[in-house]
Write a new protein. Structure first.
Length: 213
């Protein structure tokens, strides 16, 4: 296995399967998550803002209309985004607030190098603090960025509705778990809570049902 990240994910899955028999069933059914490190931080943050709090299908449509605003439908540079007319973004389907947020991200990256070459030396907490200092970037966006752009393996997105729904089903609760409860329930998933979180999304998306022994 030549891909170091893939090897880490495979090892993490093995550890999780050993620690949690019900999680083992999910791992055997769906295989390991395909997490990849990379992508431009600036583009990833803009996409995250566009995708916030709406369905994937609607977000993809808005994202494509967003790209169509710019020459050749390519992703805008920070300068282009910082200077785009808000009305054009609104016409593409972004709310007023999201339009302001994405132009603000363009200005942030235009003004100074943000999350540059030193990002790999930063802890999860430090990355989160840097990200959430940007207007419009909340903890959910920071968590998605750390999982899907930086491939950090021990992130538990406490504010994600899908994960809360998945955990309600997975742990057979009669309520949606709150943050403190989620942390307590997943203590045995450390240090691979990003991987386990991916399976909580699967529980919801695939309507997974367990067959008890």
């Amino acid at each position: 296995m030549n891909n170091p990240l893939r090897a880490q994910v495979a090892f993490g899955c093995a550890q999780l399967a050993e620690a949690d028999s019900r999680l083992k069933a999910l791992i055997e059914t769906f295989g390991p998550p395909e997490l990849e490190r990379g992508g431009d931080p600036y583009q990833a943050l803009v996409r995250s803002i566009i995708y916030q709090q709406i369905s994937g299908k609607a977000a993809r449509a808005i994202y494509n209309r967003f790209l169509a605003i710019f020459p050749n439908s390519r992703f805008p540079s920070p300068q282009e985004l910082s200077q785009v007319n808000i009305d054009h973004l609104r016409a593409a389907g972004l709310s007023q607030r999201k339009a302001e947020y994405v132009t603000g991200i363009g200005q942030t990256f235009l003004d100074h190098e943000f999350l540059g070459k030193t990002i790999d030396s930063l802890s999860d907490i430090e990355v989160s603090e840097k990200l959430t200092s940007i207007r419009g970037v909340g903890q959910w966006t920071a968590d998605m960025f750390m999982i899907f752009t930086l491939a950090r393996l021990d992130i538990l997105p406490l504010n994600d509705q899908g994960i809360r729904n998945g955990m309600e089903t997975f742990f057979e609760l009669d309520h949606l778990p709150v943050a403190e409860e989620m942390l307590e329930l997943t203590e045995h998933w450390k240090p691979y809570r990003s991987i386990a979180s991916w399976y909580m999304w699967k529980v919801v998306d695939e309507a997974f049902e367990w067959v008890e022994d």
